[in-house]
Design a protein around this ligand. Structure first.
Ligand code: UD1
Length: 362
């Protein structure tokens, strides 16, 4: 049987890589890789293929940026042609980006089975484009691969059949553990004294409004007076900081502002951090896997296990709350977490085993 694997944006690449490595070691399933081109800059895409040992995609759809409708529609139009030509048995999508939704809907309408890796996560926040992408994708998927137990109850509540839902663990942690071994001797690449923090910000709700972004940046600047803050800038965030005239806030010796980093370079920095502050989905999970304190700069999370069992604290998005939580942290208040069930580096193997036993034609 043939699989068509889909990746589109930066957070997809670390989820698709372990599947490819697993598929290379077996012969029951043939496969091809589609890159939609949702992310296209070298730092957002190509460098991840290199770092994660992902081969050149068989198909590159080159869709680029646009409004949600434009981007989604372009992926659908181009992906439909590939599906018609290839007629795979299963289309495998990962995560919650626009490419995930576009390709799952396209495949399903051609009566091709859909497997969703990272199914069942829910923030309950329908203002997040990713929440809409998750709900739509899960509602039509035939194989739902779940990362944390909460996902099982979410899918149960939404009426998914139990025999379509598989608790397999977190595939991103496969990539994390694998990469840690490779970069054991890599440091931050910069001289830094004492404990340091790492920040990432890119969510439209945090960076698309001048007031909100400035409020958060002022809080981070204050923290940078206490400990060095590494801050790789997502293109959206960098552009908005410039357009809103907020560059001055970053002009503090405690900040290390940098372009988006490759997977390995970024890991080499954050694995040694005393504190990570982020609005990313994946980093909440990765910090929990390594036991590093994480402040999530959001009002909600679709990854509750990182709070219930891990090192994650949902701080909210006001500068005031970020400052207060940091003051507690400075006084030594830390969460001692544990690694959630099945976040063991073997998730891809479980997924490929399930897919190779399925009786789908193609
Ligand atoms: C997307 C995902 C988000 C994910 C994030 C990680 C959706 C709805 N959102 O958000 O879930 O967490 O990726 O990065 O799918 N841009 C570049 N170069 C690129 C890509 C984008 O400069 O290679 C700029 C463009 O100006 C673009 C903007 O970033 O308009 C936003 O890109 P887009 O893919 O639309 O959304 P992200 O914010 O990256």
């Amino acid at each position: 049987m043939k699989l068509l694997l889909v990746a589109g944006a930066r957070p997809n690449f670390m989820k698709i890589a372990p599947l490819i490595h697993e598929l290379r070691q077996q012969s029951r399933l043939s496969w091809k890789l589609v890159h939609t081109g949702q992310h296209y800059d070298y730092e957002m895409s190509k460098v991840f293929f290199e770092d994660l040992d992902i081969p050149e995609p068989d198909f590159f759809l080159n869709v680029g940026s646009g409004t949600h409708a434009e981007q989604t529609a372009k992926v659908m139009t181009e992906f439909e042609k590939i599906c018609r030509a290839e007629m795979p048995g299963i289309v495998v999508v990962v995560g919650d980006v626009n490419s995930t939704l576009a390709c799952s809907v396209t495949a399903k309408k051609l009566q091709i089975k859909v497997a969703h890796v990272e199914a069942g996560l829910r923030s309950g926040d329908m203002t997040m484009p990713e929440e809409i992408n998750r709900i739509v994708t899960d509602s039509i998927s035939d194989f739902l691969f779940v990362t944390e137990k909460g996902g099982l109850s979410n899918l149960d509540r939404e009426g998914k059949r139990k025999d379509q839902v598989y608790f397999v663990g977190n595939i991103m942690i496969d990539t994390l553990f694998h990469s840690l071994e490779k970069i054991r001797r890599m440091g931050t690449g910069e001289a830094v004294e004492g404990p340091y923090a790492v920040v990432t910000l890119h969510r439209p709700s945090n960076v698309d409004s001048k007031e909100k972004l400035a409020d958060i940046l002022w809080a981070l600047r204050e923290i940078s007076l206490d400990m060095t803050v590494f801050f790789p800038l997502h293109p959206r965030t960098g552009k908005n900081i410039r357009d809103f005239g907020l560059l001055d806030i970053l002009d503090s010796p405690g900040f290390r502002i940098m372009p988006p980093l490759s997977y390995r370079k970024f890991l080499a920095i954050w694995k040694g951090a005393a504190l990570v502050m982020t609005d990313s989905g994946g980093l909440q999970e990765e910090t929990t896997a390594l036991g590093i304190p994480c402040f999530t700069i959001r009002e909600n999370t679709e990854r509750p296990v990182t709070i219930e069992e891990g090192t994650n604290i949902l701080v909210g998005t006001s500068g005031k709350r970020i400052r207060e939580t940091f003051q507690d942290f400075k006084k030594g208040k830390r969460k001692i977490g544990k690694v959630p069930e099945l976040w063991d580096g073997n998730t891809a193997g479980r997924i490929i085993e399930i897919l190779s036993q399925s009786r789908t034609e193609g």
